[in-house]
Design a protein around this ligand. Structure first.
Ligand code: COA
Length: 171
């Protein structure tokens, strides 16, 4: 990645209906959601489901990307969705948003989980570079013919994290 093309973002929580619409549109018009058959309405459903934390990446006032985190359930610390507006991709914004998500998740749990589609080779390369380990393949999970690959980044076992939730070596 060309470092000189990197840009700085501010991150804030999603709060308004117009922000939901912008994010749903961004998803519905982009891979991998096109291949996964997720349209605008599906995006609205995802973005309004209870129990999620949604963070927006902004440059000045424009929403240039967002991430949806699930901080509940067995796979607590799950990055459910990550999307950067097409015109802003490959400028370090996704990496900054992942760093923000990791910081948020590692305050509560020692694992970050996410899934990436088997056909999304560019995103897989990014996650590998950021230290994510492949845990397994969920065959025919969202759509027939494609897998979801479960990824994990960890800083401690659950029991060590419970004893010391702020290890000095947090990345
Ligand atoms: C994947 C994504 C979130 C990364 O954000 P980004 O701001 O583009 O990423 P960064 O600039 O921090 O890092 C660049 C890397 O992202 C990946 N990337 C770039 N464009 C991409 C695209 N259209 N789709 C998937 N990954 C892409 C590449 O690995 C790239 O590395 P490279 O420069 O060595 O090719 C963003 O490209 C995106 O929203 N893509 C479409 C939706 C998607 O695939 N989301 C992830 C679902 S798991």
């Amino acid at each position: 990645m060309n470092i000189s093309s990197q840009v700085s973002i501010t991150v804030s929580s999603l709060t308004r209906p117009d922000e939901i619409a912008v994010c749903a549109r961004m998803m519905a018009t982009s891979e991998p959601w096109i291949t996964l058959g997720r349209d605008y309405e599906a995006g609205i459903k995802t973005l309004t489901a209870p129990g999620k934390e949604i963070y927006l990446a902004r440059i000045e006032n424009d929403i240039v990307g967002f991430t949806i985190l699930n901080m509940r359930g067995a796979f607590i610390g799950y990055i459910q969705t990550l999307c950067i507006a097409p015109e802003w991709r490959s400028r370090g914004i996704g990496s900054q948003l992942i760093a923000f998500a990791e910081e948020r998740i590692f305050r509560e749990s020692p694992n970050v989980f996410m899934c990436v589609s088997s056909f999304n080779h560019n995103a897989q390369r990014l996650y590998q570079r950021l230290g994510y380990e492949v845990i397994g393949e969920l065959k025919d999970y969202l759509v027939t013919g494609h897998s979801e690959i479960l990824l994990r980044k960890m800083i401690a076992s659950l029991s060590d994290f419970a004893k010391n939730p702020h290890p000095a070596e947090h990345p």
